[in-house]
Design a protein around this ligand. Sequence first.
Ligand code: 0O2
Length: 221
Amino acid sequence: DIRDQTKKLKLELTRFMMNYSFALDEIGTKVKILKEEFHLIHDYNPIEHVNSRLKTPESIFKKIQRKNLSFDLDVIKNNIQDIAGIRITCSFVSDIYRIQEMISKQSDIQVIDIKDYIKTPKSSGYQSLHLILSVPVFLSDREESVFVEMQIRTIAMDFWASLEHKIYYKYKKEIPKHLTDELLEAAKTAALLDMKMESLNDEINILKAADQEPISTSISA
Ligand code: 0O2
């Protein structure tokens, strides 16, 4: 009857969403291990902060409609790859690619897709590195591969994206062109700031390395 069917559907949906939550837990642990071990070995922490989120049912529903998909869990699973999302904010652009490499090398993770919005920013000015990962989730009776979208960005990219998102969110109508132009300009300024901070860091590292070199005691004649 209808009550049994509703109960079954509810259970199916809960299990469906739980897998994404487990996948986020797993990837979150992986990132935490990388962060702590990297800090221990290199005495440097490339990761500033990490956030993760599950897409809300409303947002999943909107995307199903936008992509003209049928309301079928298998179709949703295969076509909506950002139900689980983790965002890693790091210090320098080079850290982004370092983290990408560390994650990609892990044998149980498959990199399904890479969108490099740093090399090719979006027309809005948005920059970040997006990876679609397939993560195995070990359940009581089976193993499931689950997609997780990993966004890796610098503090400057995150600053821009967070504020731009807020500006759009607050203003529901179409944004006047001069504002989108200025937002694009601001994104370019953020990218310049990233370049400047990275080159300052490189210079300091050279000075630090020189400081650590053993002082030669032999005096040549
Ligand atoms: P939320 O709230 O972060 O989840 P797809 O439709 O996913 O197959 P799409 O939309 O081209 O393909 O995916 P894309 O652009 O690779 O990634 C979308 C996500 O990137 C967005 O998620 C944002 O988090 C971020 N993003 C992309 N473009 C912009 C931008 O111009 N400004 C800001 N602030 N963020 C951006 P959601 O689902 O839109 O939102």
